[in-house]
Design a protein around this ligand. Sequence first.
Ligand SMILES: [Zn+2]
Length: 153
Amino acid sequence: MLLKLSPSELATLTTALKRAGDKEIGGQLFGEQVEPSHFRVSTMTLQARPGTFSRFLVDILQAVRDATRFFDRTHHQYRRYNYIGEWHSHPSFEVRPSGVDVQSMRDLVRDPDFKGSFAVLMIVRLRADKFEAGAWLFDPRGFEQNVKLELDA
Ligand SMILES: [Zn+2]
């Protein structure tokens, strides 16, 4: 799978990472399907409540509110514009999911209420002001794969 990130969303994210310092922050990824297995992330939400130095917890109420706003704005064209996944930062660790991160994503996609066919987890950090990111795909059947990230031109 290929994910393209919009430069403006990336700039906003970089600012948020600088401001958050050593606290983990995160949110959701929404975007557009360009081709099968090729998505453009157009919206990265930022959860108001940060995490700690080593843990980020999703605020479900804000997640639902942010999702509703995205679906309203894209006129509920779910086939084209949809939820892509989650992101959070690892200011003090490598941009790889922790054991807890992997388990949370497996729980998310296997939940009977989960409506999508997959969810991506993107982990980001600033190291000496340089942006680093990694992303992984999870699906309800247990399929897991590294996701390629590119900057959208
Ligand atoms: Zn994590």
